[in-house]
Design a protein around this ligand. Structure first.
Ligand SMILES: *Cc1c(COP(=O)(O)O)cnc(C)c1O
Length: 332
């Protein structure tokens, strides 16, 4: 089977497993796991943030990050298909007690006019108060699209002008970095808080980080424990993340090449594929998913008429070419 459902399906490489096995560990709830501390310091440094917090999932990193900017009964603005709105199962409402309003953009991009129409930082005692804008980069359900740095900078200025915060869901910020050559710190300096994943294209078995100012991260550490996600000798997982940072960032460029190759085969303009995700519109997404499975290719439906193809560490060029042939013949 060639598995294009997600870049989360990768299995740790032998070298990654060796790094995990050799990791120095301690009790991270006591702040005594040297490998976790090394990972947190390294990733904070990469993005130019003061501090970082290791979390088991990106969803938890996002919940903690957004909660640093948006309190109960306040709202965050985000694009309509944002992961925080669609794929975290309502955690931000259920756990934090915040609300969301959304703008829509087919490529998951910023729309400052629409954001301006929604924004309500202080409309008096009868309106929910907007305290943050959230940006997803790359945008998952829009097809791995990159939000250009200039657009992120414009949102930053807009947010500053109106006294609201900026959250960046950077689960795949590594892909944006490799696709555009933008330094990670340039993205980092535009966000008050951000979340980044090690378990997507970087190929770690688990783990994400929340990045932000030291006091925000200290408070998030308390909330992480409150939610039951204080972990102990978790340097075993942090070691996988450190290994991924050493070995799996530059190779994301291969995934991007493979995604464009797939796009071309299924009739999607490769110029619209920024990174490792192809959003394929078709008449019957579940039907295509089923037929592809019979032909040895796993793909996922992310809507009634949208199939998502995702390239990753466990899909080499030969796999991508085989999958492209299978999908092209099914669509013919
Ligand atoms: C995968 C993903 C996350 C985090 O997901 P987890 O499965 O909770 O790690 C967050 N944002 C985006 C855009 C994602 O694709």
């Amino acid at each position: 089977m060639i598995d294009l459902r997600s870049d989360t399906v990768t299995r740790p490489t032998a070298a990654m497993r060796a790094a995990m096995a050799a990791a120095e560990v301690g009790d991270d709830v006591y702040g005594e796991d040297p490998t976790v501390r090394a990972l947190e310091e390294r990733v904070a440094g990469l993005f130019g943030h003061e501090a970082a917090l290791f979390t088991p999932t990106g969803s938890l990193a996002n919940v903690l990050a957004v909660a640093a900017l948006v309190g109960p009964g306040q709202e965050v603005l985000c694009e309509a298909r944002a992961h925080i709105a669609r794929a975290e199962l309502g955690a931000h409402g259920a756990v934090t007690g915040l609300t969301m309003r959304t703008w829509s953009d087919p490529r998951g991009q910023m729309d400052l006019a629409a954001i301006g129409d929604l924004l309500a930082p202080d409309l008096g005692p009868f309106f929910v108060r907007t305290t943050a804008i959230s940006v997803e980069n790359t945008h998952n359900f829009a097809g791995g699209t990159v939000v250009p740095l200039d657009d992120l900078a414009a949102v930053r200025r807009f947010a500053d002008d109106h006294g609201v915060g900026v959250h960046v869901d950077g689960a795949r910020i590594w892909n944006a970095h490799v696709a555009t050559g933008t330094p990670l710190a340039d993205y980092g300096r535009l966000a008050d808080v951000m979340a980044v994943c090690l378990s997507k294209g970087l190929g770690a078995p688990a783990g994400s980080l929340l990045l932000g100012p030291a006091d925000v991260v200290a408070e998030a550490r308390v909330r992480r424990k409150r939610l039951g996600a204080g972990m102990r000798q978790v340097g075993i997982l942090a070691a996988a993340g450190l290994h991924a940072l050493d070995h799996h960032v530059d190779r994301l460029a291969d995934d991007h090449v493979h995604a464009r190759l797939l796009a071309e085969a299924v009739g999607v303009d490769p110029a619209t594929v920024d990174t490792n995700i192809v959003a394929l519109e078709c008449a019957d997404a579940p039907g295509l998913v089923a037929r592809a499975r019979e032909a040895g290719v796993l793909v996922g439906a992310v809507g009634a008429r949208t199939v998502r193809l995702v390239t990753h560490l466990d899909v080499d060029r030969g796999d991508a070419e085989s999958a492209a042939r299978v999908l092209a013949s099914l669509l013919a």
